[in-house]
Each structure stands twice: as C-alpha cells, then as structure tokens.
Write a new protein. Sequence first.
Length: 120
Amino acid sequence: MTVMWLRSSRTGVCPSHVDNLWQAFLRRFDRPVMITTFLVSGCAMGTVPAAAVAGVLTLWQLYAVALVVATCEVFFTPAYQTYPLTLLGPDRLMAGNARLTSTVTVAGIVGQPVGGVLRL
C-alpha cells in the first residue's frame, strides 16, 4: 500500500529512496543487533541442557527455543551481511565480501564431515 502511495504521489519520493534511508538507518545498529541476537540465541539454547539435566525438558520448550533461535537468525543474517561495509569501507568491500563468502562456503562444505568424524 505504501509503495503504491509513493508511486502515485507527486512528492518525488520513490520506494528506492525509502529503502536506502532504511538501510542507512539500520547500518548503525549492525553490531548491537548481532551481539544481542547471539546472546539471546545462546541463552535460549542453554535452557535445553539445563532442563534436560533437571528432568523437565518438554517438546514445547524445544518448540519455543527453535522459535527464539529462528527469530534471532532473521535479525542476525541481514546485520551480518551488511556489516562488512561498515567495517571495511567501500574501497575494500569487494575483497572482504569475497573472503567472507569463501570462508562461509568452506565451513559449510568441510564442517559437516568433520563433525561426523568427531562424533565417531
């Protein structure tokens, strides 16, 4: 609805301007968002072994933990992807993104087999 209003209004504001302003606003909060979501997610996951040791772990608690962790991931991922611009600056962004992407790819490919070997 807002997009249609912006297109039909004669204010000279288009949706891309609003999106650019929103991204610039959120870029200030990348680091606090990442730290907060990590802490909340870790605390939520920490309740699972604590409840298991106490003998009160239920399926509903696992659902709640999964919901909290997934919600944290929704906020963490965009902050994580835009943080290199804040950290590196526009001149070193391409090399930084290439290194970040290759690191994530290698960790995804190598991490699962190594985890399987460690479990044996």
